[in-house]
Ligand binder design. Structure first.
Ligand SMILES: [Zn+2]
Length: 265
């Protein structure tokens, strides 16, 4: 290991080892390492095809039937943003960064994951305690009671589909522009941020709110912040340790060094 990288890893390991409640905030950078381009980055679908309408949620409320007609049409398209996303996600697998986070949870070190990614890769890697604050591409959700179901398991016999629990409207779980993040998810996030004494920031640019505010809240109450990101971000100045490497490289090494450090206690 290059000396500077090793020093930073050692600092991160020492913070994690001394922490009682480590959580992680994850952004698109981690998914990018699994081959999923960030929406707004080079090659991203919003860069290529334009951003979705800013009033997408309002359009859904105005005409849920049309929303579902569009969904069905998109699901059958061979080209375009939706098809491209579908094909990219179909071949994406958790990378060593995801696996390291899942192992950290499994050995009891990582207490919670807040992710902005919608690709389900944390669950596929083995993480259990996760809030997906932008939703999950493979789920549907009732906008009234928040019930979430797997897209593939939910049989739609009438449009627009209604919630089996409360009769509310069902839409894709992904949080649209103009749609409030479900209050229950946010409240879980704030609870976790308040509990943490150390936070890993993995592949998040710190520009999308409310996620971008979590590190600052944690920092204000004394938590240590460790950034793992090949790029400088607007959160970098808040961080106690910055590891300028891809997560798929840095996280497995942090995990390995942490295990050695814990074994030597
Ligand atoms: Zn419902």
């Amino acid at each position: 290991m290059v000396d500077e990288f090793k020093d930073k890893v050692d600092e991160a390991v020492s913070i994690i080892r001394d922490s009682k409640y480590l959580i992680v905030l994850v952004g698109a950078g981690l998914s990018k390492e699994s081959g999923i381009p960030t929406f707004r980055g080079p090659g991203g679908i919003w860069t290529k095809y334009g951003e979705p309408p800013m009033n997408g949620f309002q359009e859904f409320l105005n005409d849920p039937n049309q929303y579902w007609l569009n969904q069905i049409e998109r699901d059958n398209e061979e080209n375009g943003p939706s098809a491209e996303m579908r094909k990219t996600l179909a071949v994406a697998v958790p990378n060593p960064g995801h696996i390291a986070l899942a192992t950290l949870e499994e050995i009891g070190i990582l207490k919670f994951t807040i992710t902005q990614n919608i690709d389900n890769l944390h669950f596929r890697a083995g993480n259990v305690k996760v809030v997906e604050i932008h939703g999950n591409r493979y789920k549907l959700r009732c906008i009234e009671c928040g019930l979430r179901v797997n897209r593939d398991d939910f049989l739609i016999d009438d449009y627009p589909p209604r919630c089996p629990e409360c009769g509310g409207l069902i839409k894709g779980d992904g949080v649209m522009f103009g749609e409030p993040i479900p209050a229950q998810w946010l409240s879980t996030c704030y609870d976790q941020v308040n509990l943490c004494d150390a936070m890993l920031l993995v592949g998040t640019s710190g520009t999308v709110f409310p996620a971008a505010s979590f590190p600052e809240i944690a920092k204000r109450q004394g938590a240590k912040l460790i950034e793992v990101n090949p790029l400088d971000t607007s959160l970098s100045t808040l961080c106690d340790v910055i590891i300028r490497s891809p997560s798929a490289e840095a996280l497995p090494i942090i995990l390995q060094e942490l295990k050695i450090s814990l074994d030597s206690l």
